[in-house]
Design a protein around this ligand. Structure first.
Ligand SMILES: CC(=O)SCCNC(=O)CCNC(=O)[C@H](O)C(C)(C)COP(=O)(O)OP(=O)(O)OC[C@H]1O[C@@H](n2cnc3c(N)ncnc32)[C@H](O)[C@@H]1OP(=O)(O)O
Ligand SMILES: N[C@@H](CCO)C(=O)O
Length: 378
C-alpha cells in the first residue's frame, strides 16, 4: 500500500543515502483523457551523482509490480529487495562512479507515487475516483521529474515489460531527451492477447466482493483474493510452458493435503505462493490502473505508424526480446527494429519466458556493459 509522504511542495526525502526514496511534487498533470490529476507526487531513488554537464543520467524503468528500489535490501518503503540486484553500484554495469542512476515509482503505482491508494485533497484515498492514466501520461509525469532534477537528456533509458513500454514512449514523446534507449521484453503497442490477459486479471480483482468498487481502503479487508488470482493468471504468462513442465511436471505436493483428497499439484502450490506474495505487497487498485495503462500502450497513437513514431529519434535504440517470451513474443521487438533504421536487436536467451528480463541478470549486465555503458568511455 502507498506510504504517504508529508504534504508539501518541492522535493523531500526519507534520507540522503543512495537508494533511499525521495519524493517530488510535479504539480497538476493534464492527462490524455482530458482529466487533470492534481498535486502529483512521484517517489524516486537515485544512485551516483549528476555531473556538471548533466549528461550522465540513466533512467531505469520498472515493470508492473516493481518499484523504484532497483537494488538494495528490503526496508522502510521497500517491501522487497531490489528487483535487478547488483546492476547499480560502484564498478557495476550501471557504474555509479560514472553515472547518476534514477528510478521512479510509476504514476498510478503504490510505492510512494500518486496512485489510487494515495490520499486526495479531501484526505480520503483516491480509490474509485482515481482517473485512467496511460503510459504516455506516466512518461509525461517522469519528464516533469527530470526537469526538477535538472536532467535535460538521459544518457540512457532502460526498462523491461511495462518499463520497456515507458522507455519506448520516452523515445516517441521526447526524442531529443534520450540518447540511448534499451527496451527489454517489450513492444510498441499492447497486443490483443496482452489486453485479453489483462481483462481476465482486472475482472478477478473487480469481482472480488471485498473490492467495494475500489473504495476498500478503510475496510477490514481488501480484494486480496482477487489480486492473488490476477497474479496467478499473469504469472503463467510470465513463464514458458517448457519451464513449467521442466520444473513441476505432474508433481504433487503431499502437504498440506488437498481438499476432498484431490492432489495438490506443485505448480498450483507455486502459483499460490506467488499470488499470496503479491497480495501481501501490492495494492489491487494500482494493479488494475497499471494494467489498464499497459492496455493503452501504443506509441503510434496520433503518430501514424511505428516508423513515423520512431523517426524523430536520432539516438540509439536497442530492443532485447526474451527468446521464450510468449507474452511479448520476439516478433514484436523485430517489428521495432524493422521500423527504425539502425536499431539493434539483442536477444536474451532463457527457458523462463517473459520474466527472463528479470531472471537473466547476467545477460542484462552484459548487454549494459557492452552496448550501453562502454561506448561513453571512448
Ligand atoms: C525479487 C522480487 O520479487 S523484487 C520485488 C519487485 N519485483 C519485481 O519487480 C518483479 C516481481 N518478481 C517477479 O516477477 C518474480 O518474483 C521473479 C521474476 C523475480 C521470480 O523469478 P525466479 O527467481 O525465477 O523465482 P521463482 O518464480 O522460481 O519463485 C521463487 C519462489 O517460489 C517459491 N516456490 C518455488 N516452487 C514452489 C512450489 N512448488 N510451491 C510453493 N512455492 C514455491 C520459492 O520458495 C520462492 O519463494 P520466495 O520468492 O518467497 O523465496
Ligand atoms: N514479473 C514482473 C514482470 C511483469 O511484466 C512483474 O511482476 O513486474
Amino acid at each position: 500500500m502507498t506510504t504517504r509522504p508529508p504534504t508539501s511542495s518541492g522535493s523531500w526525502r526519507d534520507g540522503d543515502h543512495p537508494g533511499r526514496r525521495k519524493f517530488v511534487t510535479i504539480g497538476d498533470l493534464d492527462l490524455e483523457s482530458g482529466d487533470r490529476l492534481p498535486d502529483v507526487v512521484l517517489a524516486y531513488e537515485t544512485w551516483g551523482r549528476l555531473d556538471e554537464t548533466g549528461d550522465n543520467a540513466i533512467l531505469v524503468e520498472h515493470a508492473l509490480t516493481g518499484d523504484s528500489h532497483v537494488v538494495g535490501p528490503a526496508g522502510p518503503g521497500h517491501p522487497t529487495a531490489g528487483w535487478w540486484p547488483d546492476l547499480i553500484g560502484s564498478g557495476a554495469p550501471l557504474d555509479t562512479d560514472e553515472f547518476f542512476v534514477v528510478a521512479i515509482n510509476v504514476l498510478g503505482g503504490c510505492q510512494g507515487s500518486t496512485g489510487p491508494g494515495a490520499r486526495a485533497a479531501d484526505g480520503r484515498a483516491w480509490g474509485s475516483r482515481f482517473p485512467r492514466v496511460t503510459i504516455r501520461d506516466q512518461v509525461n509525469a517522469e519528464a516533469r521529474l527530470a526537469d526538477e532534477l535538472g536532467i535535460r537528456t538521459w544518457h540512457t533509458v532502460i526498462g523491461g515489460s511495462m518499463g520497456g513500454m515507458r522507455t519506448l514512449e520516452w523515445v516517441a514523446s521526447f526524442p531529443d531527451r534520450v540518447a540511448t534507449a534499451v527496451a527489454l521484453a517489450a513492444s510498441g503497442y499492447a497486443t490483443a492477447e496482452q489486453i485479453g490477459w489483462s481483462q481476465a486479471q482486472i475482472l478477478a480483482i473487480r469481482n472480488d466482493p471485498w473490492f467495494a468498487d475500489g473504495d476498500y481502503y478503510d475496510r477490514a479487508q481488501g480484494p486480496e483474493a482477487g489480486l492473488g488470482i490476477a497474479r496467478r493468471i499473469a504469472h503463467i504468462t510470465y513463464r514458458s510452458e517448457p519451464e513449467l513442465h521442466q520444473r513441476f511436471d505432474r508433481d504433487v505436493r503431499d502437504e498440506p493435503a488437498g481438499d476432498n483428497g484431490r492432489p495438490r499439484y506443485a505448480v498450483e502450490s507455486y502459483l499460490d505462493h506467488h499470488g499470496g506474495k503479491l497480495a501481501g505487497r501490492f495494492d489491487a487498485n494500482s494493479y488494475a490502473v497499471l494494467s489498464e495503462a499497459m492496455n493503452s500502450h501504443d506509441i503510434t497513437r496520433g503518430r501514424e505508424g511505428l516508423r513515423e513514431a520512431l523517426a524523430p529519434f536520432a539516438g540509439r535504440l536497442i530492443v532485447a526480446p526474451v527468446d521464450s517470451d510468449r507474452l511479448y513474443p520476439p516478433r514484436l521487438s523485430e517489428e521495432l527494429v524493422e521500423a527504425k533504421p539502425g536499431a539493434e536487436l539483442v536477444t536474451i536467451n532463457s527457458l523462463v519466458g517473459h520474466d527472463g528480463f528479470l531472471t537473466e541478470v547476467e545477460q542484462v549486465a552484459d548487454l549494459l556493459r557492452s552496448v550501453v555503458v562502454a561506448p561513453r568511455r571512448h
